[in-house]
Design a protein around this ligand. Structure first.
Ligand SMILES: *Cc1c(COP(=O)(O)O)cnc(C)c1O
Length: 429
């Protein structure tokens, strides 16, 4: 079995071939429920492994610091054109090596060091680059953090939603130069319009970090922040299902500043092989079939959430409107931590990640929460019925965690389920 057409070219490297085939086995015989992961198409993987990896292209199309870039210029222009068309944006920069690079480049482009940024708290769903003490962003800029409303078990008025009164109060008090919308662990739709209103009220710029939901936006399953935000950043490898990487969309007036911050501000030579793979993914995301895919991701997450709630897990934010479900494990079992749940599920062939939940009494290393997502297994063809089964398997493994035979029995059932939903089945000779 091959994981890419180029595997055959490295058969003289036994050590690496063995590791690649082990990883192929892992990805196709266990369940990939990490909300930030997906299965990229063979076309995306082939472009990533293409001859473009050989080329230096510092600069931008038409303004390179190296010769021989006529064709590379066309590749990067193709990626930029497809991306601006996909989101209806003025300007695209497709060079950021990752989502984190994209965010830091935007801060560098729009702010002086020490300026104030208002963003979501890490322990309430924000990203490291939104000013976590562990991130260099918190050393270069002054962050003020908003959070979510208190927990509320009334299904009609669920709590743990972005607290826009808090966002507005903090904006009025601290007068940030930039407001950041977007999250890494938040299961609700993020409406860009109230962020725009608050930014206008205090004269701030608005950046929407759509790292997780970029694919859902492209497919029409989440509101598009482009008409509201001055800058939109995202990763290309999460719901968008492209190669690992980042990108930035900006209004025309900010284009030059953004481009200079990415290169030479942050990075050296762009990864034109990754940019070609981004172009492939942007084309795929514009197809009608991609809208069907993202609709299924959201439907699957709803079915998954309902089934998990039926097993006694509490849904943080009271449910889901995107590809993600954030679970509070304490109602299911007060002794079960996020760390232990992740480890037990790993043994059962179910790949997830522990996550803090709002006002988590446990440390970020231990946590009381677990984050799961439906994007990858939806690519593999799973639908609502399978996600209900996956919820059953998770509950069984966690309830039976003291008995290894029970965890192993779940693992066998997981492998059986995965056999019918191999994401690359149609491509393997
Ligand atoms: C994943 C993520 C990022 C960072 O992406 P990397 O490619 O891992 O650097 C930034 N912001 C948010 C909200 C994310 O979820």
């Amino acid at each position: 079995m091959e994981s890419s057409p180029f595997d055959a070219w490295i058969t003289n490297d036994d050590e690496l071939v063995s590791l690649l085939s082990q990883e192929w086995q892992r990805q196709t015989s266990t369940l990939q429920l990490i909300a930030s992961e997906n299965f990229a198409s063979p076309a995306v993987m082939a472009a990533t492994g293409s001859v473009l990896t050989n080329k230096y292209a510092e600069g931008y199309p038409g303004r390179r610091y190296y010769g021989g870039n006529q064709i590379v210029d066309e590749v990067e222009d193709l990626a930029r054109r497809r991306l601006t068309a996909l989101f209806g944006a003025d300007h695209a920069n497709v060079q950021p090596h990752s989502g984190a690079n994209a965010n830091v480049a935007v801060y560098q482009a729009l702010l002086e060091t020490g300026d104030t940024i208002l963003a979501m708290r890490l322990d309430q769903g924000g990203h490291l680059t939104h000013g976590s003490p562990a991130s260099m962003t918190s050393k270069a800029w002054h962050f003020v953090s908003y959070g979510v409303t208190p927990r509320n078990d009334d299904p009609e008025h669920p709590g743990e939603q972005i607290d826009f009164d808090n966002v507005r109060d903090l904006a009025l008090t601290h007068r940030p130069k930039l407001i950041v919308a977007g999250a890494t662990a938040y299961a609700r739709r993020i409406d860009p319009s109230p962020f725009r209103e608050i930014a206008d009220e205090v004269g701030a710029l608005l950046m929407f970090d759509s790292a997780h939901v970029a694919g859902l936006i492209a497919g029409g399953s989440h509101p598009n922040p482009v008409p509201y935000a001055d800058v939109v950043t995202f990763t290309t490898h999460k719901t968008l299902r492209g190669p690992r990487g980042g990108a930035i969309l900006a209004r025309t007036e900010l284009a030059k500043k953004i481009d200079s911050a990415v290169f030479p501000g942050q990075q050296g030579g762009p990864l034109e092989n990754a940019i070609a793979a981004k172009a492939v993914a942007f084309r795929e995301a514009a197809l009608a079939s991609f809208a069907v895919y993202t609709e299924q991701i959201v439907a699957n997450a709803k079915a998954f959430a309902t089934a998990l709630a039926g097993h006694g897990f509490r849904l943080v934010s009271g449910g889901t409107e995107n590809h993600m479900v954030l679970l509070d494990l304490r109602d299911f079992d007060g002794d079960l931590t996020g760390k232990e749940a992740q480890e037990v599920l790993d043994r059962a062939g179910i790949t997830t990640n522990r996550n803090t939940i709002p006002d988590d009494p446990r440390s970020p290393f231990i946590t009381s929460g677990l984050r799961v997502g439906t994007a990858a297994q939806t690519t593999a063809g799973m639908r609502e019925g399978e996600f209900t089964q996956v919820a059953d398997l998770m509950a069984r493994a966690l309830r039976g965690r003291a008995v290894d035979a029970e965890v192993q029995a779940v693992r066998a059932d997981v492998a059986e389920l995965c056999r019918s939903f191999n994401p690359y089945a149609n491509f393997v000779k």
